[in-house]
Design a protein around this ligand. Structure first.
Ligand code: 5AD
Ligand code: SF4
Length: 457
């Protein structure tokens, strides 16, 4: 029995795909890279923006054709965030998929396959306790510490697709971390929609109580930091409860990487309010100030949405000015994508596409300029790189630093941690040399610099 699993979207989905594959392997499936060779094809979808939804739709169309060609002798499953939504269920019906499971029901995959036709959109409690086996031969792994989101950002579909926040019991998290350490994994990324809300009782905002028997996120970081995995990272932090206790835990725990992804979304108070982000520009900048004070060498990245409904030129310029003030090392930038059933879609009018695209272009230019300057500061410094494998350029390997900089190193270095020196930097990469290996990084960097006017997304 051969399966092919396609993953769209975020790291949560990658983790879920790993869990799904572990369940399939348990009943004897092997995995193939081409759906034309598979008996079972599962599509683990993302619904956060229109693009991944379109990609899933195209793939489901191809799969329907393939299934017709085989006279029905193939099982197709639609899983993940899109499956949870009316939009996804309509798509599932249209393309005659056999299995539909929402992101809270992935542990039902085995009974679903046994029945042949099955749907479930429940949020299963056992998923909270599910511990997949460590990935084989991987140097880096994900570990889910909580699921769902209690916030109500007006543009976002996630609260509908992944349900309310549920934290995993601390013993399960530590157990999984110990398994990863025993498997010699060099880096673990703790995952959650809002990791800072780990172990908090129902509600939103800054006054939520800690649940009995659960540590705070800061305490959890210290605990995972002691397990013996050399690098511990986490995503995503919501600025509203990214408190000093967390910054202190990062500062005190050597294994925890000084890399913080802190989505700001907009620099305008008027737009932040419309987005229901629960903080102001001033509050956000104060968090960054504290972070810089306590962790001067930390790298900071963010998410920004350009062209949210009602965003004026002045609002957008406030985003650009905040960007310059924070001096982000990296950013994920998106044009606003209207999602069916979100408060923004119901109440606000979309900005013309040309305006959104133009603003995104300016933001990307600024990101390149600032990242270039930030990255230049690393030239000549020693950095620890976690090599993950071959780079696109022959004879080079690719990895990332503790600050999440993408790095390119000359030579056939084995996957794992290496100590290197930065010899050249571009907006999106550091070129490094490992002792004893002559580098051609500068030549590659020059080539890359010639093409940096291309948009990165
Ligand atoms: N349109 C554009 N970007 C979005 N994001 C979430 N919802 C939308 C949307 N409707 C972005 C946010 C979030 C990231 C994961 O995706 O920036 O932080
Ligand atoms: Fe979406 Fe906001 Fe929750 Fe993030 S915090 S998942 S953007 S609703």
């Amino acid at each position: 029995m051969r399966a092919h699993v396609v993953t769209f979207g975020c790291q949560m989905n990658e983790y879920d795909t790993h869990a799904i594959q572990s369940e399939l392997a348990g009943i004897g499936y092997s995995f193939v890279d081409d759906y034309r060779e598979a008996d079972l094809v599962l599509v683990n979808t993302c619904a956060v923006r229109g693009k991944p939804v379109e990609k899933a739709q195209t793939l489901l169309g191809e799969l329907r054709k393939e299934k017709q060609r085989r006279r029905g002798a193939m099982t197709v499953g639609l899983m993940g965030c899109l499956a949870q939504l009316p939009e996804g269920r309509r798509m599932g019906e249209k393309f005659a998929v056999d299995i539909m499971l929402g992101p809270g029901a992935i542990t039902e995959i085995v009974p679903a396959i046994e029945r042949g036709k099955f749907q479930s959109f429940d949020f299963k409690n056992e998923l909270q306790f599910y511990t997949p086996p460590p990935p084989r031969d991987a140097v880096s792994a994900h570990l889910t510490i909580m699921r769902g989101c209690n916030h109500r950002c007006t543009y976002c579909i996630v609260p509908q697709t992944r349900g309310p926040e549920v934290s995993r019991p601390v013993e399960d998290i530590l157990n999984e971390a110990r398994l990863l350490a025993a498997a010699s994994v060099a880096e673990v990324t703790l995952l959650g929609q809002n990791v800072n809300s780990y172990g908090l009782a129902d509600g939103i905002g800054t006054r939520r109580k800690q649940l009995a028997g659960y540590p705070s996120f800061a305490e959890l970081l210290r605990m995972v930091g002691r397990v013996g995995i050399p690098r511990v990272r986490f995503v995503t932090s919501h600025p509203v409860n990214f408190d000093d206790e967390i910054i202190e835990a990062i500062a005190d725990t050597p294994a925890v990487c000084r890399f913080i992804h802190l989505p700001v979304q907009s620099g305008s108070n008027r737009i932040l309010k419309r987005m229901a982000r629960e903080y102001t520009r001033e509050f956000y900048l104060d968090r960054v100030r504290r972070l810089r004070e306590m962790l001067p060498d930390a790298t900071i990245s963010t998410d920004i949405i350009a062209g949210f409904p009602g965003e004026t030129e002045e609002d957008f310029e406030e985003t650009l000015s905040l960007y310059r003030e924070v001096r982000y090392d990296a950013a994920y930038m998106f044009i606003y994508s209207e999602r069916e059933g979100t408060p923004a879609q119901v109440h606000f009018e979309d900005v013309p596409r040309a305006v959104k695209t133009e603003r995104l272009g300016r933001l990307v230019e600024l990101q390149k300029e600032v990242s270039f300057e930030q990255n230049q500061q690393w030239v000549g410094r020693e950095v620890e790189v976690l090599v993950k494998g071959a780079a696109d350029e022959a004879g080079f390997v690719q990895g990332h630093t503790r600050g999440n900089h993408v790095t390119i190193i000359k030579g056939n270095l084995a996957p794992g941690i290496h100590h290197t020196t930065v010899v050249q930097a571009t907006p999106n990469r550091l070129y490094c040399e490992a002792a004893g290996v002559e580098s051609q990084g500068p030549a590659l960097a020059r080539r890359e610099l010639r093409v940096i006017s291309l948009p990165i997304i």
